[in-house]
Design a protein around this ligand. Structure first.
Ligand code: AMP
Ligand code: FE
Ligand code: FE
Ligand code: ZN
Length: 307
């Protein structure tokens, strides 16, 4: 069991820059690669270590660790939890990474089971809503696009598979080109869009932090300043961050795969100072979802801008 200080030192990206990637997705959630393939890619990229952080599941960890042992890559057991948070009256999804968790934690396993049920319910209603809008899609089709948690990228891919759906989207939204995954998000399935059911239950940030602490992991705010709300992308501000730290947050993912504001150098300097003041680990992750995951999150393993 590691102390808070040990965990924070363990996940300080500045000591391992260029050698580690602590935020990677496999096909156990919405990534495209198997856990074994991720380890192979990590080796190819010259990394020493990756953290497998699939959305709301730990199903890929065992396989990744086995592959890691064979090829000399350390695989940190991780998870990325979906939480619900209010920004005044605005509901938003905030992602919390758990780094170095014990995947045998009974409370964590139980909570992940409940999240899987929530995802199932949410996906069922999203599919129904798309059908009402005239799209041809079934839940079984969505399932064929994932070997793990049911997430919206699988929904988007299943929708785009059928030509009638692509044609319908082009007409409905006056698109010049054939729609991509990102278009499905923009027009149909992001928070606040027609096929996003606002009933989606999720745990609170406090609960996610507790679960990760309970599993002896470090709770880290993913891509810290970005989250999805009913009115588009929002930023987490300093006041919120201070509140999360009081609740047990141990780090922020300051080094991330892209450099838009608030990930500009200048903005990062300010957040770095704040992290120091609040005794937070500054972690680094590429949010890799697979090479062909165009329009999804990261597609470069271990390529994390630093400093
Ligand atoms: P879900 O797990 O169903 O909430 O889906 C969230 C996942 O969808 C994120 O982790 C990203 O991988 C992906 N995603 C979110 N927003 C977008 C977007 N605007 N375009 C493409 N992919 C997105
Ligand atoms: Fe994702
Ligand atoms: Fe995320
Ligand atoms: Zn992620």
């Amino acid at each position: 069991m590691s102390s808070d200080a040990e965990l924070k030192a363990r996940f300080d990206y500045s000591k391992r820059a260029g050698k580690v990637d602590w935020h990677v997705h496999s096909y156990r959630s919405d990534g495209l690669d198997s856990p074994t393939e991720l380890v192979r890619l990590a080796k190819e990229a010259g990394l020493e270590e990756i953290a497998l952080t699939d959305h709301d599941t730990i199903a890929g960890i065992e396989e990744a660790q086995r592959a890691g042992e064979q090829s000399g890559i350390t695989v940190v057991p991780g998870v990325e939890l979906n939480t619900r948070e209010m920004f005044n009256d605005l509901e938003a999804s905030v992602h919390i990474l758990g780094l170095g968790i014990d995947p045998r934690s009974p409370r964590l396993i139980e909570a992940l089971g409940r999240l899987a049920t929530h995802r199932e319910e949410h996906m069922t209603s999203a599919v129904e809503k798309l059908q009402e809008l005239g799209y041809k899609i079934t839940l079984d089709e969505v399932r064929t696009y994932t070997k793990g948690t049911l997430g919206r990228p699988a929904l988007a891919r299943a929708l785009l598979k059928r030509k009638v759906n692509r044609v319908r989207m082009r007409q409905a939204f006056s698109l010049v080109k054939s729609p991509k995954v990102s278009d499905v998000f923009t027009y149909l399935i992001s928070r606040g869009k027609p096929a996003y059911q606002n009933v989606r239950p999720a745990m609170t940030i406090q609960h996610a932090i507790q679960l990760i602490r309970d599993a002896n992991g470090l709770p880290v705010l993913s891509h810290p300043l970005i989250c999805e709300s009913n009115a588009g992308i929002r930023q987490i501000d300093e006041a919120k961050l201070r509140q999360y730290v009081k609740e047990g947050l141990g780090g922020i993912e300051l080094y991330y795969y892209y450099r838009i504001v608030p990930y500009s150098r200048l903005a990062r300097k300010r957040w770095l100072a704040l992290a120091k003041e609040l005794d937070l680990a500054c972690t680094g992750g590429g949010d890799y979802h697979g090479k062909g995951s165009k329009g999804l999150a990261g597609h470069l393993l271990g390529k994390i801008p630093y400093p």
